[in-house]
Design a protein around this ligand. Structure first.
Ligand code: SAM
Length: 340
């Protein structure tokens, strides 16, 4: 049961897996794989193929997704992730059926859960041990989890029909660079969709200052603090809003100075607030910026999601991997190919 999906995916995976250092094919070795060139080994531990030795700066996410393993998972009741997936990517179920998908930064697997439910076969990668939680949560799905870094992905070029990354790239040290690594792994005419934090408003200014301290605190301690502080601020907000005239502006000021999640669901409030304050890196972006990134990779048919800041685009069928690999292609090169 546990490996039904994983076994079915593995024949296909063998073909697209590459050494994340030298790009050479891998051979199976025991439970894992080994590079045919540099002999680096990539073990499978707790149902996850490992292409990194440590989570680097993403350790807090590992703790967070172990602690809140099912809070946002639709299989436990609601359709929160289903709705978020549609709004942030603009992807519809009929686009995914039978497709091979890469979920970049899968976390505990809530969006892979949606994609597999819609009929996709999904490879989920994450830098942190959150991918172990995803592997457990989706053990009965067509899903394979890998611990890997977006900057060193273990795949052959042109492997996936669709790539999405939701709420991840802005948590890397260089969001633009992270995005530009991805189009090379798309098949011609494949789709890529990303969702990033918006840089259009400034309610988070104070939290950017607090995060300089909070990201250094262990997530366990931070979570303990938020379990007290967040409900207190939530009920203060509710209370202030009932006060005539000055109540609402006052509530706004408190929220501006102490930004925490004010969602109605108590567990989500804590999770969202922890997710906001614990990461080391957290950048915000504009459509102008992100459209430029997409265009410089030669992607076309750009559209925005219903929720800021989601952008999706398509790799033209004439665009070669060489042109999209690594960095952006020059607009002149695109022109040349278009005219050819
Ligand atoms: C806010 S969580 C989002 C998880 C999931 N996409 C979701 O929306 O539920 C960000 C995730 O990005 C992962 N991440 C951060 N940097 C990464 C990198 N360089 N490569 C792969 N994953 C990374 C973290 O480990 C974390 O699980």
């Amino acid at each position: 049961m546990q490996t039904t999906g994983q076994l079915r995916l593995s024949a296909e995976l063998r073909d697209i897996l590459r050494c994340n250092r030298c790009g050479i094919s891998l051979e199976e070795r025991g439970e894992g794989y080994r590079c045919l060139s540099c002999a680096r080994e990539f073990p499978r531990v707790r149902a996850v193929l490992r292409f990194v030795d440590a989570p680097d700066y993403a350790g807090s996410f590992g703790w967070q997704w172990q602690r809140y393993a099912k809070t946002q998972l639709d299989t436990t009741g609601g359709a929160i992730s289903d709705e978020a997936f549609r709004k942030r990517t603009g992807i519809r179920p009929e686009e995914l059926s039978g497709k091979l998908i890469l979920d970049v930064g899968c976390g505990m697997g809530r969006f892979s859960e949606v994609a597999t439910r819609w009929g996709a076969r999904v490879v989920g990668i994450d830098l942190s041990i959150a991918c172990e939680v995803a592997a457990r949560n989706l053990a009965d799905r067509e899903f394979v989890a890998m611990q890997a870094d977006v900057f060193e992905l273990p795949f052959a070029p042109e492997s996936f029909d669709l790539i999405y990354s939701i709420g991840v790239l802005h948590h890397t040290p260089d969001c633009e660079k992270a995005f530009k690594t991805l189009p090379q792994y798309l098949k011609p005419a494949g789709t890529i969709a990303i969702w990033l934090y918006s840089g259009y408003n400034n309610w988070y200014r104070f939290s950017d200052v607090y995060r300089k301290v909070t990201h250094g605190i262990s997530p366990r301690v931070l979570n303990g603090v938020f379990r007290v502080v967040v409900p207190a601020l939530y009920y203060l907000d509710r209370g202030l809003r009932t006060v005539p005239l000055a109540g609402r502006p006052l509530a706004g000021i408190v929220h501006h100075v102490f930004p925490v999640s004010l969602r109605p669901e108590p567990e989500m409030r804590i999770l969202d607030t922890l997710d906001w304050y614990s990461p080391k890196y957290q950048s915000k972006h504009t459509y102008e910026q992100v459209f430029r990134w997409f265009e410089s990779c030669g992607l076309e048919a750009l559209t925005v999601g219903d929720l800021t800041l989601g952008v999706r685009g398509r790799k033209p069928s004439w665009l070669t991997t060489r042109q999209t690999r690594g960095m952006s292609i020059e607009s002149g090169a695109v022109q040349e190919v278009t005219n050819a």
